[in-house]
Design a protein around this ligand. Structure first.
Ligand SMILES: Cc1cc2nc3c(=O)[nH]c(=O)nc-3n(C[C@H](O)[C@H](O)[C@H](O)COP(=O)(O)O)c2cc1C
Length: 198
């Protein structure tokens, strides 16, 4: 009986890790002029809990933060091309990991983990949190890790300005519970969480 339960658990875990959702293609042309977006970039915390972020916006946000652009490289520069950024997506129903090469999301945990992603009220109820983590095995210098996460965050802020979305970069997250919710590998470290919505 115990063996049966063990196999069922393993099968469920395997099924969860195999679910790769293909995102809509990112919209990489058009939009508002860059100078205008920079002027409009701002932190806004009055996020409506009842209005979801569309899949197209999610696709564009992930691409802006860490999509592939040229020669297998990304929208953000990395010191020595270490490409250490790892993005996780926390929604009201699941946690997923972004795969920039295939532009897909893989579910790593099912459930509502927004409380772990942010102790502030607006973060607990917002429809979308992007976790900015780094692979410390690829880059161990904290100043380079911080540059990479910061540049990705700014790209998200700029995309939100252009798309009429609200956004807040946050250093306030649960440092014990969020790694568990993400099933974070030992070599990864969370730097920030960015909350997004309407
Ligand atoms: C590294 C960093 C960490 C931040 N952490 C939080 C946070 O935990 N919670 C929050 O509400 N805002 C946070 N913010 C947002 C700042 O409060 C906000 O950027 C600042 O007030 C300036 O406003 P602006 O973004 O509209 O220019 C953070 C910003 C940065 C850059």
């Amino acid at each position: 009986m115990k063996l049966k339960i063990m196999f069922a658990t393993i099968a469920a875990a395997a099924a969860l890790s195999l679910q790769a959702e293909v995102l809509p293609a990112p919209q990489t042309t058009g939009g508002k002029p860059m100078m205008q977006m920079m002027k409009e970039r701002m932190t806004q915390r009055d996020i409506d809990p009842s209005q979801a972020v569309s899949k197209q916006d999610l696709s564009n946000i992930l691409w802006a933060a860490w999509g592939i652009t040229h020669d297998g490289k990304h929208t953000v520069a990395t010191a020595m091309n270490r490409q250490e950024l790892v993005l996780y997506v926390v929604t009201p129903t699941e946690v997923s990991r972004y795969n920039p090469e295939a532009h897909t999301l893989t579910v790593v945990n099912e459930g509502d983990f927004r409380e772990a992603a942010g102790s502030q009220d607006f973060a607990r109820t917002a429809p979308l949190n992007i976790v900015l983590a780094v692979d410390t095995a690829k880059q161990d210098k904290v100043e380079f890790q911080a540059y990479t996460a910061g540049a990705a965050s700014q790209n998200i802020y700029l995309y939100c300005a252009q798309a009429g979305l609200k956004s807040v970069l946050r250093a306030m997250f649960d440092r014990v519970e969020l790694p568990k919710a993400l099933k974070l590998p030992a070599n990864e470290r969370i730097l920030f969480v960015q909350t997004i919505g309407h």
